[in-house]
Design a protein around this ligand. Sequence first.
Ligand SMILES: Cc1cc2nc3c(=O)[nH]c(=O)nc-3n(C[C@H](O)[C@H](O)[C@H](O)COP(=O)(O)O)c2cc1C
Length: 479
Amino acid sequence: MSAADGAIDISGGLAAWLESLGGKVLRVDEPLAVEYEATALQHALDVLGRYPPIWVRQPRLADGRMSRFGLVTNLTASREQVCSALGLDDHRRAAAWWAGRQERRIEPVTVPATDAPVRETILQRDEVDLRLLPATVQHRDNPGPYLTAAHATTCDPETGIDNSAIQRCWIKDARRMSWFPYPNSHNARNMRAWHERGEPCPVAFWIGHHPAVSVAAQVKLGYPESHWPAAGGLIGEPVRLTPSLNFDGRLLVPADAEIVIEGLARPGAMAPDGPFAEYTGFLGPVVDAPVCEVLSITHREGAVLHDCGSGLADNLIPDNIAMEGKLFSLARAVSPRLINVHAPAEGRRFLALLQFDGALAGEVRDALAAVLAWRRVKTAVALDSDIDLFDAQQVSWALATRFQWDRDLIRVDDLSTSLLDPSLEPGRKTASKAGLDATLPRHPSTPPVAHPDPEALEKAAALLKELTGMGLADGWPVK
Ligand SMILES: Cc1cc2nc3c(=O)[nH]c(=O)nc-3n(C[C@H](O)[C@H](O)[C@H](O)COP(=O)(O)O)c2cc1C
């Protein structure tokens, strides 16, 4: 359920949220293989330009058996759906909304395990078999089944402050999986702190929740800061946590999650991991990843496994919305006339569109320079208030007609970036970035935009409605 920009009800978890969407969910009742087939459905929908959550009722495992868990993928592939899950009615306002919410904090509440749906079933020791989970093999050249939306949760051994982040896991056998925290991620930092003490690092992976919690728990934070208060602040209500099965109060996990896997990453236990699809749409390289020895799996009755299509909209949309919030606050700090920011999924986190209303001299360039400093943003485009940031055709029109290379370009070289950018040559660690000011200079000879007559336009729309209602549109040529 979502209320207009207000509090949202996360207590029912993932399955309840899916049920509430009715026909907006693609329910696949026939068996579908976890190897390639679920992800292929996402690709096929992408070609159609449609992004429903996909709920596979009978995922078929590699050995031909049906999993006893359901599988949900494409959960976060639609901006509209993600924003609606967060309680925001209009996805076009996500940047300012996120910028406003990202600093709020609401402390989580801790409930006993007896009140935690995720503890309805407990599997330990010989009962643990990761191969029964409908983990997907997504793309050609992937080495095996991956958990793609598991939020790894660790803590610093000294302070106890925890961290949570989606990090992929490759299921190796019944009780072992590799887990890949980027070396500079906060989880990797926590893990190294345990290993420096000569101790194994406790890890709890929680999988599947109301999408508002899954998305909000991914907020980018400084170190050390727990993600639970930030997630609560973003969604407007506390996240319910419960002590983990093996590590008690040292690691807390979401009580309303679908599945929790707990284990230990021992010092020196490493294995190759990948290749695996990245947000760029390219396969990432084989990396060295810690191996996690699994101690238990707990889950809800009838749990569904949340899978995320790597390199697809499913993977891009939530982070891009969060990025819009971050860029909005950075650019707004130097440009009060900034009115909106959009990071289109097809830009893969390398592209940012900024919109202004009546910017004063220098303001647009200030804002462009500010966002180019942010992580992977490689191209930032400034647009006028009459351009629809969410319409790629209008953005192209603005770039084609309102921009001069000698006057409107800022280039900054050697800024930090993502090494996953496939255009970087071997050994190169920085990017060359550009800001393009495609706002139209206003002077007396600036031509007006050609607009149709409003009354005639209304009539034309009514006429088209009638004609297409007669089934004519199917045969009409497309662009
Ligand atoms: C679908 C998805 C998959 C991700 N996979 C990984 C991963 O395999 N390893 C990783 O370190 N970060 C991955 N990330 C990014 C992390 O969730 C997180 O932002 C990053 O690890 C930094 O976390 P930190 O701010 O706690 O250091 C993924 C994000 C998404 C949305």
